[in-house]
Design a binder for this molecule. Structure first.
Ligand code: NAP
Length: 246
């Protein structure tokens, strides 16, 4: 098992990509702490992973709230006594054309996607330094590389995650901690269900692989970046998009 004896935190693990990453990590032997804002849905996923003989626990946490993040890391250390891997997956969209975007939509998306990611990283780096190693994987988006009309707030938050990833990778590399990002393209989840059929068809035409991605496609890349096989990879943004943007 690739992650035997490792402990991982996966944010936004109640559905979609986060759930798939938590499941994959459990299957590979990690103890996994799942979080999301809704206590019941994330507890149900943790229970189903435990029933599949995984070692999963859950805690309610809103990553836009610093106190919740500290409680998340504290509960992980209490339950599992260490933390080796952090996957910053929780993210939201509040789409609107830039000139019509409400200040609250700008602030909430940046606070959740970018500031929440930064605070989660800060909260685990100290225990990782004590353990002399760790893996941080931040879920960005191809939209952060290419931009997208109607998603200026989301694209700015996801581009910010790439700069954050590269900067912190430079700071903690000598401590055995790698920091990488994944930039998924169009992955079929609740988040993409909101997109109209016509817009989905247009996107499909841009994908050389000829199909949308699945949460499992992102989970496989997260597993590789979390594994010993990726020990010499840091500061990278790995695109998982079927060739949508090259
Ligand atoms: N799907 C795609 O095509 C795609 C493409 C590129 C990047 N991504 C990124 O991949 C990540 C996962 O996307 P997804 O498609 O799986 O989204 P999703 O189906 O909407 O799931 C989002 C997850 O994040 C949790 N969450 C949202 N806000 C949170 C907060 N403030 N604190 C804690 N948890 C929170 C949600 O649970 P609660 O609502 O219960 O909190 C849920 O578990 C996101 O960062 C997204 O931007 C997705």
């Amino acid at each position: 098992m690739i992650l035997k004896d490792k402990v991982a935190i996966v944010t936004g693990a109640s559905r979609g990509i986060g759930e798939a990453i938590a499941r994959k990590f459990c299957q590979e032997g990690a103890g996994v702490m799942l979080c999301s804002r809704s206590a019941d849905s994330v507890a149900a996923i943790a229970e189903s992973l435990s029933n599949e003989s995984g070692n999963a626990k859950s805690v309610q946490a809103d990553i836009s709230n610093k106190a919740d993040i500290e409680a998340l890391v504290d509960s992980t250390l209490t339950e599992f006594a260490r933390v080796d891997i952090l996957v910053n997956n929780a993210g939201i969209t509040r789409d609107a054309l830039f000139m019509r975007m409400k200040d609250d939509d700008w602030d909430t998306v940046l606070q959740t996607n970018l500031t929440g990611t930064a605070y989660c990283m800060r909260a685990v780096i100290r225990p990782m330094m004590r353990q002399r190693g760790g893996r941080i994987i931040n879920i960005s988006s191809v939209v952060g590389v290419a931009g997208n009309a109607g998603q200026a707030n989301y694209a700015a938050s996801k581009a910010g995650i790439i700069g954050l990833t590269k900067s912190v990778a430079r700071e903690v590399g000598s401590r055995g901690i790698t920091v990488n990002a994944i930039t998924p393209g169009f992955i079929t989840t609740d988040m993409t269900e909101k997109i109209s059929e016509a817009a989905q068809q247009k996107m499909l035409e841009m994908i050389p692989a000829g199909s949308f991605g699945t949460p499992a496609d992102v989970a496989e890349t997260a597993l590789f970046l979390a594994s010993d096989a990726a020990r010499y990879i840091t500061g990278q943004a790995v695109q998982v998009d079927g060739g949508m943007f090259m």
